[in-house]
Design a protein around this ligand. Structure first.
Ligand code: SF4
Ligand code: SF4
Length: 453
């Protein structure tokens, strides 16, 4: 009987060591594939001693072996209860801005005002409190300047190549509508636009009823006359995401990050324009909303279309790529079946404890405190002025917040298991944050300054 017990204990201990070794080796290999050196080293640091401990336990007396097995099983059960039994979390509030936003007041529109022009003079006459900070940004070398701190001619050329295409596409957001209106059912039209968006290259696609709060009140950029009131009488907005490359975003705040950012602005513009043109060919008005030529607030539309939640850094957080996406929007009068806002309270709860973006933001533009009411919405409000000011110094769009976010890890089995646990359990959210800090660092380093030679 004693020999039988010893044999069973030995089998269990060997099984433990094989499981630990396999899981650790798998994480190590995955980390190497993801070029996460620190995570790979730490995986090895944990896997080797733990595997060795279980193997060495084979040399111990059978009573000690039994004790080790019981403690291990107990820890596994406690971990399972702690991490995977769902815990209650406060529901996300579905609140809408009370006032429309005037696009002329956003930082990207203000940055285009040229000193000495009538537009510049009249804008700052009405908004004197914004003038000194905006002028201070104008005095820097500027976004995409070859002389900026983190910019160089090769990376700049790549970003300019992409941004020039987005600029050219701004004229293509609208166009003629077919006289023949397609008579398919609402259900079929809805399925068609969602399938088409993904076929053209979108990751995810959702639809919302277009609300006044989604629409800018006045034109600040893009086609149309600056300052004109926006009359967008479409009934629905189709929002979709395109993925930013995980490795490239890791270069932020250095130049390769803006290469990727610019490339994905092109992608989201291309998909929007293709989708809008397809809808017009089916006989319904449709307008694409692309970088520099929006009539709507894209993250808000995407949130209401069920694509994710707005996190601490003020960007859309999607379930599988976190903030590592760009958003495209098409508004239309095509009859469609909207999605309902899915609200993801676990993202808000995770953002509440995480603060990694805020601690890594080089310009301290992301709040570290609780959400506050801003224009009728309970949210974290970043400081767009100080963020943009930093961009004008370094010459890139930075993206450090996006690179360090624990939700930005690649969409694969391991990270999706963690995301699954994060959604279910508040305890697991805390452990996941600890593990993210342990394996990837509280202040993960950038991948470097250059991607090109
Ligand atoms: S880094 Fe953390 S706090 Fe910031 S958006 Fe991501 S999850 Fe939220
Ligand atoms: S882009 Fe950079 S400067 Fe702006 S909020 Fe993110 S981390 Fe901060």
């Amino acid at each position: 009987m004693g020999i039988l017990n010893m044999a069973i204990s030995s089998i269990i201990l060997v099984t433990f060591s094989i499981l630990i070794f396999t899981a650790g080796a798998a994480f190590l290999v995955l980390s190497l594939i993801e070029k996460e050196k620190r995570a790979a080293v730490r995986a090895a640091m944990i896997t080797v001693p733990m595997t060795t401990i279980y193997l060495l336990a084979l040399l111990l007396p059978d009573k000690v072996q039994l004790a080790i097995i019981l403690v291990s099983f107990s820890l596994m059960v406690i971990a399972g209860i702690l991490f995977f039994v769902p815990t209650r979390v406060q529901q996300a509030e579905f609140n809408q801005p009370t006032d429309q936003v005037d696009e002329r007041e956003i930082i990207f529109a203000r940055a285009r005002l040229e000193p000495g022009t009538p537009l510049y003079e009249s804008y700052y006459r009405d908004h004197p409190h914004q003038k000194s900070q905006d002028d201070a940004s104008r005095e820097q070398t500027g976004l995409l300047s070859p002389h900026a701190r983190f910019m160089d001619p090769l990376h700049r050329a790549s970003a300019v190549g992409s941004f020039s295409l987005t600029e050219a596409l701004r004229e293509a957001v609208d166009g003629p509508i077919s006289d023949e209106k397609n008579q398919s059912s609402v259900e079929d039209l809805t399925k068609t636009v969602k399938k088409l968006a993904k076929y053209y290259g979108a990751l995810d696609c959702g639809i919302t009823v277009l609300k006044p709060a989604h629409i800018y009140s006045h034109i600040g950029r893009g086609t149309g006359k600056y300052g004109d009131k926006i009359n967008l009488d479409h009934t629905f907005a189709i929002a979709f995401t395109v993925e930013m490359d995980f490795e490239m975003t890791g270069y932020g705040p250095y130049a390769p990050e803006v290469m990727e950012s610019a490339r994905q602005y092109v992608e989201s513009a291309r998909v929007s324009i293709q989708l809008a043109a397809a809808i017009r060919d089916l006989g319904f008005p449709a307008r694409a909303h692309i970088d520099g030529n929006y009539r709507v607030i894209a993250p808000l539309v995407a949130r209401d279309a069920g694509l994710g939640e707005i996190g601490r850094m003020g960007l859309l957080m999607t379930p599988l790529q976190g903030p590592r996406v760009r958003i495209g929007v098409v508004t239309t009068e095509m009859p469609l079946d909207p999605n309902s806002y899915r609200g993801e309270p676990s993202i808000l709860d995770f953002c509440r404890i995480c603060k990694k973006c805020a601690h890594n933001c080089p310009s301290q533009s992301i709040p570290k405190g609780e959400r506050e009411i801003s224009n009728g919405v309970l949210r974290w409000k970043i400081n767009p002025e100080s963020c943009y000011h930093y961009w004008t110094i370094v010459g890139t769009d930075c993206g450090r917040c996006l690179a360090v976010c624990p939700y930005s890890h690649p969409d694969n089995l391991l990270h999706n298991l963690v995301r699954w646990g994060i959604r279910r359990s508040g305890n697991f959210r805390r452990v996941a944050l600890f593990l993210d800090d342990f394996f990837y660092g509280k202040k993960p380093p950038s991948r470097g300054k250059t991607f090109l030679p």
